[in-house]
Design a protein around this ligand. Structure first.
Ligand SMILES: Nc1ncnc2c1ncn2[C@@H]1O[C@H](COP(=O)(O)OP(=O)(O)OP(=O)(O)O)[C@@H](O)[C@H]1O
Ligand SMILES: [Mg+2]
Length: 215
């Protein structure tokens, strides 16, 4: 369960998130929509422990992550969060296998068979030794999905995961995210500009000027 209360974020003098209140139960698939600059990525990054708010709390499974020190926050990110980005953010000098393996290594785990298993899950069996530049955008996003899930995080944060893919590939990526998330009861928070992508979620909320305008 994620419980966001009275969340406020400034960048310098700019008030980016005004007063966000939101409860997200475990296993929920939520989409966040809103125009460019409305604060969607800022909210996602705060939930993911990548940044600190100026006011308010983000309680995840009973613990307020905004009170965590850097060390605890790093652990939180590594254990509980899987991030999927618009531009995939794969490490270009690592193979598909090594990219997918990374979260396990960061958590001090070695489990090669699990890496093969997740590469197969996302439909990339045989591509283990390829480098990101040798595969398509849709395939790179599949690698990123395997990387986001391999350490079995509770929460998947996806910031415009289909934003740099054509609509057909985007839908395939959404099918994959939805089915894998449902299979293991992940909480998914997805940011998108596209109605047909947002509709994969159980619920859609809209942000305008740093405030939730409808639930
Ligand atoms: N690191 C930062 N430093 C300063 N200002 C920032 C920073 N990150 C975001 N902002 C500003 O905060 C506001 C909200 O940005 P954010 O990236 O959350 O919007 P967004 O809704 O994700 O937009 P987009 O749809 O274009 O991705 C914008 O005005 C942006 O310029
Ligand atoms: Mg954004």
């Amino acid at each position: 369960m994620i419980e966001i209360k009275d969340l406020v974020k400034f960048y310098g003098a700019q008030l980016v998130l005004k007063d966000i209140n939101l409860k997200i139960p475990d296993g929920k698939f939520l989409s966040i929509m809103g125009s460019s600059g409305s604060g969607k990525s800022t909210l996602l990054n705060l939930i993911g422990g990548m940044d600190f708010p100026d006011k308010g709390s983000i309680v995840v499974d009973g613990e307020d992550i905004t009170k965590f020190n850097d060390d605890k926050l790093t652990k939180y990110r590594r254990k509980k969060i899987g991030f999927i980005f618009q531009f995939f953010n794969l490490l270009p000098n690592l193979t598909v296998f090594e990219n997918v393996q990374m979260p396990l290594l960061l958590n001090g785990q070695i489990n090669k068979s699990k890496v093969y298993e997740y590469i197969e899950k996302v439909g990339l069996k045989g591509k283990e030794k390829a480098y990101p530049h040798q595969i398509s955008g849709g395939q790179q996003q599949r690698v990123a999905i395997a990387r986001a899930l391999i350490h079995d995080p509770e929460i998947i944060l996806a910031d415009e995961p289909t934003g740099s893919l054509d609509s057909k590939t985007g839908e395939e990526i959404m099918e994959l995210i939805s089915s894998l998330a449902e299979e293991s009861n992940k909480t998914v928070i997805l940011v998108t500009h596209e109605d047909y992508i947002a509709k994969y979620a159980e619920e859609i909320i809209k942000i305008k000027d740093g405030m939730i305008i409808s639930e």
